[in-house]
Design a protein around this ligand. Structure first.
Ligand SMILES: [Cu+2]
Length: 156
């Protein structure tokens, strides 16, 4: 008889946790998106943002933009004192963790931009997110800003 109330209480806690997870599952928050304005003749542009998958781990598996022929996930790394850029097929988004794409680190790179990106403009992006075996897209608008280069794209 003593065990019954305790058991009920536990069930209530489990139910509440499941409800909270259900309410937040699949929520992808994108903040502070921006694209770097291109220099004359420059055909690539970096796009930066902070992505958080609120409750369930997810992965960014693709990026598209009408502004460029292709968009890739890139990562800058120091290797023997030299900054190197490499392409990543996938970007892991651990549950509840804000993953920051910023100059000098992770970024989305627009390859072969169709028109120069001018400050004050906007770039539309579609992120393809894989979560719990399912894929869906998240639309993002990134304002274009003229911010001094930090060498991000010097390698291209
Ligand atoms: Cu890059």
């Amino acid at each position: 008889m003593m065990a019954v109330p305790r058991c009920r209480k536990l069930l209530a806690v489990v139910a509440a946790a499941a409800w909270m997870a259900g309410a937040q599952a699949g929520e992808i928050e994108v903040r502070d998106a921006w694209a770097r304005a291109t220099m004359p003749g420059q055909k690539v542009a970096g796009v930066y943002m902070t992505i958080t998958s609120a409750a369930t781990a997810a992965r960014l598996v693709g990026v598209d933009s009408p502004a460029s022929q292709a968009a890739e996930i890139h990562e800058m790394r120091h290797e023997n004192g030299v900054m190197k850029m490499r392409r990543r097929e996938v970007l892991e988004l651990p549950a509840g963790e804000a993953v920051k794409l910023a100059p000098g680190g992770l970024h989305i790179m627009l390859m072969d931009v169709k028109q120069p990106l001018a400050a004050g403009g906007e770039v539309a992006l579609t992120l393809t997110i894989e979560q719990e075996g399912k894929r869906r897209t998240v639309a993002v608008k990134a304002p274009v800003k003229a911010v001094g280069a930090t060498g991000d794209h010097a390698h291209h």
